[in-house]
Design a binder for this molecule. Structure first.
Ligand code: SF4
Ligand code: SF4
Length: 342
């Protein structure tokens, strides 16, 4: 690992140089909010963003992704991953990417995700603005982000760039970096520690206690029914979540009726048809027909079911679901704190 410093005055030239070398994606303004998009100029980059509308996983796992194209001649995979830089990812989103990396590479190695992931250099960045519903400091606090190649921290007069991998180190040649001083490293560490004190929301208990009590609440149907009473089953809480990874696969035929494509789309366990299965001959069964069972399933996945496999909860405290839910009932902090207090 190396630690370098670049002056604020030299930073735009660094970003320009990496943009000229290949595609760079980073947070940009989208009306009053922010989204990860391909950068054309360094001025578009908004490292002061609070949280992006959709998580950066969309680069590796797009909302709609063609898996194959077919015609009379056979099948072709349209997969064409390109080397790219993903700049400005907050640490909670790196933790979420770590989870999808594991889930898409163990057992069934998902080439359509991993090919994009393996061609991406991730530069994480410190959180300069904390979003209104964030609780990243109190969820899975003992799980550290690990999938990034470098970490950028804004300090007085410039940025400290800590490189963690060869890919991260390869970025240094694009900018006027100097070795960081001990004082600059100390300031960067203080900046990153201070942001943990600024979350507006907080879980009151640790991961293991939460996992045990949420699981024990499984059969409290009256509680889940009350919690889900205002749910629209819109699936927004799934769509915006950086750790959700479910998808559906559709085959679409072109007008010629001999060619077409197989496409996967993000799916969400809160939507009505998510658990609907074919029984054959036109019959089907929906094994989570009630809103309450779908609402409960999401919380079980986030707080309990995956903990052992992931080494922590399947929630990183970004607060996107809390902010995105029209009925304002999706907030894991409120749900979990209520269960813990019962
Ligand atoms: S909890 Fe909120 S965001 Fe999630 S499906 Fe229900 S209404 Fe939509
Ligand atoms: S459950 Fe909500 S707060 Fe947790 S990672 Fe998903 S969107 Fe973020």
């Amino acid at each position: 690992m190396t630690a370098s410093f670049i002056r604020s005055d030299d930073f735009a030239a660094f970003v320009t140089a990496i943009i000229e070398a290949g595609p760079v994606y980073g947070p940009v303004a989208k009306r009053s909010r922010f989204a990860f998009a391909r950068l054309e100029t360094p001025e578009e980059l908004r490292l002061d963003y609070d949280v992006s509308i959709l998580p950066p996983k969309k680069l590796f796992f797009p909302p709609a992704q063609d898996l194959l194209q077919f015609d009379e001649a056979g099948f072709r995979a349209p997969l064409e991953p390109t080397e790219k830089v993903l700049l400005g990812v907050h640490f909670y989103d790196v933790k979420a990417i770590d989870q999808t990396d594991l889930l898409f590479s163990e057992r069934n190695y998902d080439i359509n995700y991993m090919a994009h992931r393996e061609t991406t250099t991730i530069v994480a960045a410190n959180i300069q603005t904390v979003s209104s519903r964030a609780f990243f400091a109190s969820v899975g606090a003992d799980v550290q982000p690990k999938g990034h190649d470098a970490f950028l921290t804004a300090i007085a007069g410039g940025y400290v760039l800590e490189t963690l991998t060869e890919r991260g180190g390869a970025l240094l040649k694009f900018g006027a970096f100097q070795p960081a001083t001990d004082a600059q490293l100390k300031e960067a560490a203080a900046v990153n520690a201070a942001v943990l004190e600024q979350c507006p929301e907080k879980l009151e208990h640790g991961t293991e206690a939460i996992a045990a009590k949420v699981r024990a609440a499984f059969k409290n149907e009256a509680m889940w029914t009350a919690m889900a009473a205002d749910c629209f089953s819109c699936g927004t809480c799934n769509t915006v979540c950086p750790t959700c990874y479910c998808f559906d696969v559709h085959d679409t035929w072109n007008v010629d009726q001999t060619s077409g494509q197989r496409t996967r789309y993000w799916d969400g366990c809160l939507t009505e048809d998510f658990a609907k299965c074919s029984l054959g001959e036109g019959a089907c069964e929906n094994f989570r027909e009630e809103r309450a069972t779908r609402f409960r399933h999401r919380m079980m996945r986030k707080a309990t079911y995956l903990n052992e496999k992931l080494g922590g909860p399947a929630c990183v405290g970004c607060g996107r679901c809390s902010a995105g839910c029209t009925a304002d009932i999706a907030d894991p902090v409120r749900i979990i704190n209520q269960i813990m207090a019962s």
